[in-house]
Design a protein around this ligand. Structure first.
Ligand SMILES: [Zn+2]
Ligand SMILES: [Zn+2]
Length: 276
């Protein structure tokens, strides 16, 4: 999009796409601010301005000060009609904190940090196609898809809920019966259906953070790089280590791994790469 804008010329379909992407239906109702950051602005510059980060969906805490975000008195719709300088609006600062948000403060802080990182560094991810490819590879690395890309849908869902917590996900997507209605789109037509918040949740699930996702070099071994446990109860490697990988093969959509403990001679076979 940026390229098209720079090179100029009118492009109807691009315009339509941009309007769609910028849909504000998921945004908060009011312009928002961080009280501590606002005070700092006034101390440093003599005035404050509307920051980008507090306006983003899923952002509820300040990554710098750890303080809860506040609604200003400005309805988002008003901003389409006239200029509303922050310095004028934010003469009186509030410091309210909602209990249901505070319960998940650490999770919200992660979203704020990742949103901030993506605002600054998002272009380094090189666009949708690259991101989609990396999702696939990292899901495979976790053993949640086969090498052919067939996904273990139920497993993916339950691990995702396990990671983020069901209450937290319900709070993020309160208007949906299934808060993970979007998860399948990580694998198909990602660019049309996934919102930035979805990407952040995916990146955290796969590699702990947006930056971690950016830095990750996917490992294409479905059973990882060891060590693998021996499963012979009589062996002192039992449940810990000692086994070597004999082979990984693909049969009827399953990823079969065979392992061998050199110490006791035990051989075994696995077909569920996600199992620890
Ligand atoms: Zn702050
Ligand atoms: Zn053994």
């Amino acid at each position: 999009m940026e390229e098209k804008i720079v090179t100029g010329g009118s492009n109807r379909s691009l315009e339509r796409q941009m309007i769609q992407k910028c849909s504000r239906s998921h945004w908060s109702e009011y312009l928002r601010y961080y009280p501590e950051c606002t005070k700092e602005d006034i101390e440093s510059f003599g005035e404050t301005y509307w920051h980008r980060l507090p306006q983003l969906p899923g952002v509820e805490y300040c990554p710098k000060h750890g303080k809860a975000i506040q609604n200003s008195s400005i309805h988002l719709k008003e901003t389409a009609m006239r200029f509303l300088p922050a310095s004028h609006t934010l003469r009186k600062l509030e410091e309210k904190e909602k209990a249901e948000k505070w319960m998940h403060k650490e999770k919200y802080l992660m979203i704020a940090k990742d949103s901030e990182w993506l605002l600054m560094n998002g272009r380094r991810l090189k666009g949708c196609r690259e991101v989609a490819r990396k999702y696939k590879e990292l899901f495979m690395e976790k053993g949640l898809t086969t090498a052919q890309g067939i996904r273990y849908a139920e497993q993916i869902k339950s691990e995702f809920i396990n990671y983020h917590g069901e209450y937290f996900l319900r709070q993020l997507f309160p208007d949906r019966k299934d808060p993970l209605y979007w998860l399948d789109f990580a694998f198909v037509s990602m660019s049309e259906h996934l919102r930035p918040l979805h990407h952040i949740l995916l990146m955290e699930f796969l590699k702990g953070s947006a930056e971690g996702f950016y830095k990750a070099a996917p490992d294409n071994e479905p059973y990882g790089n060891g060590s693998w446990p021996c499963i012979n109860k009589l062996c002192h490697h039992y449940g810990k280590d000692g086994a070597e990988k004999i082979s990984v093969s693909y049969l009827n959509g399953q990823t079969i791994g065979q392992f061998h403990c050199a110490e006791c001679g035990m051989k075994y076979q696995r077909s569920r790469p996600w199992q620890k």
